[in-house]
Design a protein around this ligand. Structure first.
Ligand code: IPM
Ligand code: MG
Length: 358
């Protein structure tokens, strides 16, 4: 199979971790007889430096022409003081929107070999954890109207709006229901319906859509504050969490840490077609950038998701996941998941070890 992959390395540790992902994809291509080509493109802070904006037109055009997109991370202190419109993060939001990627799937799983990396006590994690956050990605407060004004009495005042339509809620509910059918057939839909009008529409729409089209899937609701607490109190109760854009952003970081390290958590972003964007859920970690310290596993597992969800290469996806599990079982650890008695390795070595085991 021939596939062309756009690579948006971005900032901070982005180049190191995407190199790790490419090394593993190359090993997959070799082993299974595929031909993958990679095209580096600018996004985020490095794009601002080179072109004046975080998302050059060329990046959008080339991503839309590619079979799929691999992304590292964007942002860093160098660009923190820029205005909202030219911040690095605007590039990431822009490419998600331009590619129509409304569905973001983030599987937080406790790897057997990493059971003691979870900050939770053993009884809470001993039966394993696998929470899949299905996050709406192109709507809500991230994309709602915003502004600021000078209020005579109170000074500078800023506002953002959370807005959702039935269409947006239905299409992400469909994604969660399809996934639920392959798993436990249970979804917990997260909202703040006791306060927000948009959440009341969310709740009503999720139920009416699921009941009509997926009567075999059980949907229950949880308020976001309670959900944040339940993830640390009893994470094993969850299978699929269906969330709005912002709630999913927050809860996926929490779920990641509960399962050991945010350096392990992959994601896929898809729309109606098979062209997706795959990225680790963590950020650009400027404090460790360029030091060969980052954990490339979240990016490598994102590549595994690309193989499966964009290219339909199920066996190849499994090979990557098995290689990751083996390297962990053999005791190799990057700094973020290191514990006494394990073998500490850098970003490059970790990717190499995984590639060798494909
Ligand atoms: C994520 C990140 C992004 C988001 C930022 C960098 C814009 O936190 O992918 O979780 O909030 O979506
Ligand atoms: Mg986030």
């Amino acid at each position: 199979m021939k596939k062309h992959i756009a690579v948006l390395a971005g900032d901070g540790i982005g180049p190191e971790i995407t190199n790790g992902g490419i090394a593993v994809l190359e090993a997959v291509a070799k082993k299974f007889g595929h031909a993958f080509t990679f095209e580096p493109l600018l996004i985020g802070g490095c794009a601002i430096d080179a072109t004046g904006g975080p998302l050059p037109r060329e990046t959008v055009d080339r991503c839309l022409a590619a079979d799929s997109v691999l992304l590292g991370a964007v942002g860093g202190p160098k660009w923190d003081r820029l205005s909202g419109e030219i911040r690095p993060e605007k590039g990431l939001l822009g490419i998600r929107k331009a590619m129509g990627l409304y569905s973001n799937v983030r599987p937080a799983k406790l790897w057997k070999a990493l059971a003691d990396a979870s900050p939770l006590k053993t009884p809470l994690v001993e039966n394993g954890i696998e929470i899949i956050v299905v996050r709406e990605l192109t709507g809500g407060i991230y994309f709602g109207k915003r502004g600021s004004f000078e209020d005579g009495a109170c000074g500078e005042t800023a506002w953002d709006t959370e807005q959702y339509s039935v269409t947006e809620i239905e299409r992400i509910t469909k994604i969660a229901c399809e996934l639920a059918r392959k798993r436990s057939k249970r979804i917990v839909s997260v909202d703040k319906a006791n306060v927000l009008e948009s959440s009341r529409l969310w709740r009503r729409t999720v139920h009416s859509y699921a009941e009509k089209h997926y009567p075999d899937v059980a949907v229950s609701d949880m308020l976001v504050d309670n959900c944040a607490m339940q993830i640390v109190k009893n994470p094993a109760q969850f299978d699929i969490l269906l969330t709005s854009n912002m709630f999913g952003d927050i809860l996926s970081d929490e779920a990641a840490q509960v399962t050991g390290s945010i350096g392990m958590l992959a994601s896929s972003s898809l729309g109606d077609g098979t062209r997706g964007l795959y990225e680790p859920i963590h950020g650009s970690a400027p404090d460790i950038a360029g030091q060969n310290l980052a954990n490339p596993i979240a990016t490598i597992l994102s590549c595994a998701m690309m193989l499966r969800d964009s290219f339909g290469l199920i066996e190849e996806c499994g090979a990557v996941e098995t290689a990751v599990a083996r390297v962990l079982e053999e005791g190799y650890r990057t700094a973020d998941i290191f514990s006494a008695g394990m073998k500490k390795v850098g970003c490059r070595k970790m990717a190499e070890l995984i590639a060798e085991r494909i």
